[in-house]
Structures are given as structure tokens and as C-alpha cells.
Design a protein around this ligand. Structure first.
Ligand code: M6R
Length: 614
């Protein structure tokens, strides 16, 4: 949800900021802009469209300067156009600002500024903030940094901002509240600021993650100084990045999404590495070790998440309830946060989020924390906001996920949830030794089984051709395959723009069956397990209405093969673990259909990778 980058040092800022924006483009791609200061002259360039368009636009422009800020936008207030693009500048054109977040009280602030003679060019909330800073600086005769601090004290909402002023080209001022911001400390005394560490990693691995309501002043001569919003100085906590540059490249694949689908054998293995030992019959998650007893004693576990992470939570519900016998409720974070939920002593809230920055999930956690709950996190991005506000948690270790459509993050989340459920089940004594051994043995085999499914990519690509022209699609599954059906439908709609719905297979006859005709592909998860025969009946119901059936079946299945139009075979595994396998062919089908429809697979329209606004 918008990416921001800034640089100050002795190198040219423009190429560094431009490259950083390309790395952050997955956060929003409606428009892009960069401002630099050259010899006390602020030059600001911004364009509707992708960063590449900004690059072309600036080809013969003056982009000199060793201090600069840049922004790639996901529009909230005002449509994507050149004027609404960031950076925004003050009325006198001297101060520039980039912003990720939402200024909720911008209307009230704007009224006051209009009455004091300020004129606005854009429809954005951000422009109000830069005028407010200018207003305070002039009227109260304070430094720009102090004006930023005072202005932020009047702001309601979320922000990560960077400000620069042509009258002081030695300084960048940055601040955050609810939107992420990282400061990289360069080796040559230079500084890099960004929404996440991806633009920083090729220059340095020393970073400081800003906390809420912290203000960083980065000065060529005085270095990095950190303050809270009350102006008390704080000591920056420098952390070492573990991210590798290669993880941010496509590595020979046409799209990040395809690369990330193919990374799953490794990412699942990385996720359980050191947390699972089949020989010793042991499972453990270091991050939640201190909370194992509370988890075992919990009266109820509430999982909060959005999108794909919510689907992973639904898989978690099946795992936890069956293996640990603890009641689980899965909540959309956006609903949970606004409905005065009942949280009682002994309840544990677990947030699941790839980015660790999703605004609704963060707010849901904060609410649960304020009601006294123990809050735990399952996040992929190390150092993210959710991982920092939770009492404890487990990282998924899937590596950076750049494609907007989540793939390897989902299977890593399900892996962590499986390990967590197994850990608690052992602690509670709800799982006998032989079943436990069988599950962990099977878990260890999953990466190889995922590799085998990926080997059938060419076949999946071929069969996908039959459905590239579909206008609607239905996804059906029962038990823990129902969340996989939801996830399959989400993947198809978000990247190929085909309307798709996921349903529990038995619910089809309560409505969706009316949609079925010879045009309608129905993807059915029909692997061997307790509800296999029931799903076979559902397939017959679809075929009786001439629907086209693509079934995901267990290797060697003949019964469904004789009924379905296409089958995709997956290796057999324990029924608790099938979501880790059945989801893979559905990811591939969505990917190939989107490519055939010439859609922008990695950056689908209207979406952004991390949704840091509600
Ligand atoms: O970073 P998070 O896991 O919290 O993100 C949640 C959703 O925004 C995300 O899963 C979204 O639905 C993806 N585009 C799905 O592919």
C-alpha cells in the first residue's frame, strides 16, 4: 500500500531512489514520483503509471543531487493521476513530502488551512499534511523537523513519511505511525529509508525499524537521531538484516509468482527446519516456547487474518480442533476489530499475516491486547509491525514474497499452523504417539511431494488452456479442502479477473448449482479421505448439469478420472496435510490462465501487496 524510499549521502540520490521504487512497486503501482535537491533547488517529477514510465519521463531532466525521496502509490484519496502522485510540495515549493498511510482528519485540517489562505492542487490527504508543516514552520518560526513533529501531533490516522526541505539539503526527516519505515545505515555514512528492507539490502545490512510515533532525523553531519513524538531523544536499536539480494530477483522465471510457486519445496522445508525431528519424534517452535502451556490451557483460540492468510487460518481451525481439541474461531480482522468481540480470560488470539503490516489485522490484535488477551503472530516479514506488537510468535521463513498473489506464504503459514497444532496436541496429550509419528514423518515428505506436483506443470498449463475464456468458475472442497477451494478461487479472480467462488462442496446444491452449465468450469478437490465418496456424488451432480469438472485427485484414482473432464493427480499423504499439496495445482492453473489472458500476473490491477490502510 504505497512504497516510500529516500536517500542521503555522497552518491547521486536519483538512481538509488529509482531502483528502490522498482523493488517496492509491488506495494502499489498507480503512479510514481521522485524529488531531489540540487544546489538548494528542489526538483520534483511525478507521473501516473509505473516506475518505468517515470524513468522515461525523467530521461533528460535535471535529476542531480545527493538527497532525494520517492514514492510509488496505491491510490486511496483521489484517482491515480499526475497531480495526485507523490511527492507533494508545500505552497512555496520548498518542502517535499512522501507518505504511506491515511490522514483520517484531513478534512478538518484542510478547512483550517484553507481559511489561512493555503491553496491545494491535489485531492489527496497527503497534501494537507505538507501544507500543515509549512504553516506551522512559518507561523511558529520553528525548524522543519520541529514543524513535522508538531504537525504530526495534530494528525489522526496512519503514516510513514519522509520530508526534505531545500533550505536544509543536509537533512531528511522521517516518522511513522501504523505504516512501516526502516532506516538503513550505509557503510559510507550514508542513509537509506524505505517502507521495507528490500531497497536497502544491496547497500547495507544494518537497519533500524522505526516504532510508532517515532521521528528520525538523518543529518549528513550529525548522523541518525531518534525522538518520540513528545520530543524525547531515544537510542536507535540497530538490527542486522538476514535478507539476501538474490531473493529479490526473478532468478530466470518469467514472473515472481511462478518463481514463488516453484520455491515451495524449499520454503516449506525452511519453515520446518530446526522445528521438526523425525528420528527423535520431536516438534517445537522456539518463538512460542514460553506460551506453550497457555496455548495448551486455552479455552479458545481466535485466529484473525485477511485474504489468503484468512484461508490459512481456516486450515488451522481444522488442524487445531482435530488434533488439540481446543475450540477455534477464525475471524476476518476487519470485522473482528469493529464488533466489540467477547474476549475472555484464557483466550489466545493468533494473527496470521505474510507482510505483518495489514492494517486490519494489526488493529484487531491491538484490540485483543487491550482486552487482556495473549496475542501471538505468524508472520513472514521479519521485524514487521505485527511481529513486534505480539507477545510471541513464529516466523514462516518463506523468504520475500514479491508477487501480489500470495503463494509460498500460504503453504508456509499452513506449515507453521501444523507444527503449532502438533506441539500443543503433544502438550495436551490429545494425540497418540503413533499418529504423531505418522504426521511428522509425512510432514517431512511434503517438500518432495510438492516437487513432484510441480513436475506436472506442463500438463497443468495445457489443461488450463481449456478454461482461459471462462467468465465464471466454481471451486469446491469439503473439510480442510474447503479453505483450499476458497484460496483457489481467490487466486484465479485476483490475477486473471475471472469471477470465481469457493464453496463447501455440499453447499453447492443450496444455490450455486443454478449457475452450472456447459460453460462453467468447476474445480473440485476430491482427494482420498473421509469425505471422498460425498465429493464424488457432488461431481456427479455437476456433470448431470453439463458442468466442466477439473478434479484434484490422489494418485491412482480411477473413479473420478472416469467422470471428470480433467484430473490433476497429487501424491497421497495424511489427510491433515493435503492442503499443502492440493493448493499447488490450483496456484499453477491460476497462473497459466492469467498469463494466457495477458494479465499482469505480479501486479494485478487495483491491488497492492500489503494493505496498510483499512
Ligand atoms: O500480508 P497479509 O498476509 O496480512 O495480507 C493479507 C491479504 O491482503 C493477502 O493475503 C491478499 O489477499 C493476497 N493478495 C492474496 O493473494
Amino acid at each position: 500500500m504505497c512504497g516510500i524510499v529516500a536517500y542521503i549521502g555522497d552518491q547521486q540520490a536519483f538512481p538509488i531512489v529509482l531502483k528502490g521504487l522498482k523493488r517496492l512497486e509491488y506495494r502499489g503501482y498507480d503512479s510514481a514520483g521522485i524529488a531531489v535537491i540540487n544546489d538548494r533547488q528542489l526538483n520534483n517529477y511525478k507521473q501516473k503509471g509505473k516506475v518505468a514510465e517515470l524513468e522515461t519521463f525523467t530521461e533528460n531532466k535535471d535529476v542531480e543531487g545527493t538527497i532525494g525521496i520517492g514514492h510509488t502509490r496505491w491510490a486511496t484519496h483521489g484517482p491515480p493521476n499526475d497531480i495526485n502522485a507523490h511527492p507533494h510540495v508545500s505552497g512555496d515549493g520548498e518542502i517535499a513530502l512522501i507518505h504511506n498511510g491515511i490522514i483520517e482528519n484531513y478534512d478538518t485540517l484542510k478547512e483550517g488551512l484553507l481559511s489561512r489562505g493555503h491553496e491545494f492542487k491535489s485531492e489527496t490527504d497527503t497534501e494537507v499534511l505538507i501544507h500543515l508543516i509549512e504553516d506551522i514552520k512559518k507561523n511558529e518560526e520553528v525548524t522543519t523537523a520541529e514543524a513535522v513533529r508538531l504537525a504530526l501531533s495534530n494528525v489522526i490516522g496512519a503514516y510513514a513519511i519522509v520530508v526534505m526541505d531545500q533550505s536544509n539539503p543536509d537533512q531528511l526527516i522521517a516518522a511513522r505511525k501504523s505504516s512501516p519505515l526502516v532506516v538503513g545505515i550505509g557503510k559510507k555514512g550514508d542513509y537509506y529509508l524505505a517502507s521495507d528492507a528490500t531497497p536497502i539490502v544491496e547497500y547495507t545490512n544494518e537497519v533500524v525499524y522505526l516504532d510508532d510515533e517515532e521521528i528520525a532525523i538523518v543529518d549528513r553531519n550529525k548522523g541518525l537521531r531518534l525522538y518520540n513524538i513528545q520530543n524525547q531523544e531515544k537510542t536507535p536499536y540497530i538490527q542486522e538484516l538476514e535478507l539476501q539480494l538474490e531473493e529479490l530477483e526473478k532468478g530466470g522465471y518469467e514472473h515472481f509468482m511462478l518463481k514463488e510457486i516453484h520455491e515451495q519445496p524449499r520454503s516449506i522445508k525452511d519453515c520446518f527446519r530446526g522445528r521438526l525431528n523425525v528420528d527423535k519424534g520431536w516438534v517445537g517452535l522456539g518463538g512460542i516456547k514460553d506460551y506453550e502451556q497457555q496455548l495448551a490451557n486455552a479455552n479458545r483460540i481466535i485466529m484473525v487474518a485477511c485474504g489468503t492468510s484468512w484461508h490459512a487460518a481456516l486450515v488451522g481451525e481444522y488442524l487445531f480442533e482435530d488434533l488439540t481439541r481446543t475450540p477455534v474461531e477464525v475471524e476476518y480482522a476487519s470485522e473482528f476489530r469493529y464488533r466489540n468481540p467477547i474476549i475472555e480470560e484464557g483466550d489466545i488470539v493468533i494473527a496470521i499475516s505474510q507482510s505483518g503490516e495489514t492494517a486490519d489485522t494489526l488493529a484487531a490484535l491491538e484490540l485483543a491486547k487491550s482486552k487482556g488477551a495473549i496475542i501471538l503472530g505468524i508472520c513472514n516479514v521479519v521485524g514487521s509491525s505485527i511481529s513486534r506488537i505480539t507477545h510471541a510468535g513464529s516466523y514462516t521463513h518463506a523468504g520475500p514474497e514479491i508477487g501480489v498473489a500470495s503463494t509460498k506464504a500460504f503453504t508456509a503459514q499452513v506449515t507453521v499452523l501444523t507444527l503449532m497444532a502438533l506441539t500443543i496436541a503433544r502438550k495436551k496429550g490429545t494425540l497418540n504417539e503413533s499418529k504423531f509419528r505418522r504426521l511428522i514423518t509425512e510432514m517431512e515428505l511434503i517438500p518432495d511431494k510438492v516437487s513432484r506436483i510441480l513436475e506436472s506443470s506442463a500438463y497443468i498449463e495445457k489443461l488450463s488452456k481449456n478454461y482461459k475464456g471462462a467468465r465464471n468458475a466454481l471451486y469446491l472442497g469439503r473439510g480442510n479442502s474447503f479453505p483450499v477451494a476458497l484460496e483457489g478461487a481467490l487466486k484465479l479472480k485476483e490475477i486473471s479477473y475471472i469471477h470465481a467462488e469457493g464453496y463447501p462442496a455440499a453447499e453447492m446444491k443450496h444455490g450455486p448449482i443454478a449457475l452450472i452449465d456447459e460453460e462453467m468450469p468447476v474445480f473440485v478437490i476430491a482427494t482420498k479421505g473421509p469425505s471422498y465418496e460425498k465429493v464424488v456424488s457432488n461431481i456427479q451432480e455437476v456433470k448431470a448439469r453439463k458442468g466442466k469438472v477439473v478434479a484434484i485427485v490422489t494418485e491412482g484414482d480411477e473413479q473420478v478420472k472416469n467422470m471428470a473432464d480433467h484430473v490433476i493427480e497429487i501424491p497421497d499423504t495424511d489427510e491433515h496435510l493435503t492442503p499443502l499439496l492440493t493448493t499447488i495445482p490450483l496456484q499453477l492453473v491460476s497462473y497459466y490462465i492469467a498469463v494466457m489472458r495477458e494479465c499482469n500476473v505480479d501486479q494485478p490491477r487495483n491491488l497492492a501487496k500489503s494493505v496498510t490502510v483499512e
